[in-house]
Design a protein around this ligand. Structure first.
Ligand code: 6GU
Length: 227
């Protein structure tokens, strides 16, 4: 059983993503447990303050260190985390090999920022890893956390029905997936490639691999130069 705790500013954004499809099955099978913590419950004073103006001036609020530290300490007292991950656009870019690696862990703690981010000292003292899901800016880390949990959760052994299914994903071997077809054999004048109807499975494997290479060369040549 893998456990993922998520500290969120807008926990409602994480209400539904893990209750459908593959991640729902993962939780029903007891393979993944996702627990969302509302940072507000660690807020300071009568108004449960969690953010504040930034020193030095400038627009945008920053998440105060005390509520985050309190939440992280309380959670860390209950279990040891493999990683404390801060979701941030200036983090390491998420890719399939990171997802593979994270899926081997037991407990993960994810921290979602908001506004201008979190006080730098939380990053220094508590965060072990910083991850971005792409070169664009989201309003908060929650949707990025949902993406990370989906990418990691489906890789937990036993989650996918057909164990080989993750192996044929795009990126699993740094190649994009080949095109796929289902019935009918002819649709709006377009036919399914004859090789797929041939029953020659060795030939079909070769065709698919060639299609993967061609697609990757055309669309993502950068993948072919990696590692
Ligand atoms: Cl992890 N957070 C936010 N706020 N924006 C992002 C991101 C994360 N990754 C890409 N854009």
């Amino acid at each position: 059983m893998m456990r993922i705790d998520i500290i969120a500013v807008v926990p409602d954004l994480l209400a539904s993503p893990f209750s459908h499809s593959i991640l729902k099955r993962a939780s029903e099978k007891g393979l993944l447990h996702v627990n969302v913590i509302d940072l507000r419950q660690y807020g300071i004073g009568k108004y449960k303050q969690i953010d504040d103006y930034q020193y030095g001036g400038g627009a945008g609020m920053v998440l105060k260190p005390e509520p985050l530290a309190q939440a992280i300490r309380e959670l860390s007292a209950k279990r040891a985390y493999d990683e404390v991950i801060y979701l941030t656009p200036d983090g390491e870019l998420l890719n399939q090999s990171m997802a593979n690696q994270l899926s081997l862990g037991k407990n993960l703690l994810l921290i979602c920022g908001h506004y201008k981010g979190i006080d730098e000292r939380i990053r220094q003292k508590y965060v072990t890893r910083e991850i971005s899901i792409g070169d664009y800016v989201l309003s908060g880390g929650e949707l990025a956390a949902a993406v990370l949990v989906d990418a990691v959760g489906r890789l937990i052994p036993g989650v996918l029905n057909d164990e080989s299914s993750a192996l044929s994903d795009s990126f699993q071997d740094n190649l994009l997936a080949p095109p796929v077809y289902t019935r009918p054999a002819e649709f709006e004048g377009l036919e399914v490639p004859a090789i797929l109807l041939s029953g020659h499975f060795a030939e079909i494997d070769k065709w698919r691999h060639a299609q993967s290479l061609e697609r990757t060369r055309e669309r993502r040549p950068d993948l072919m130069e990696e590692d």
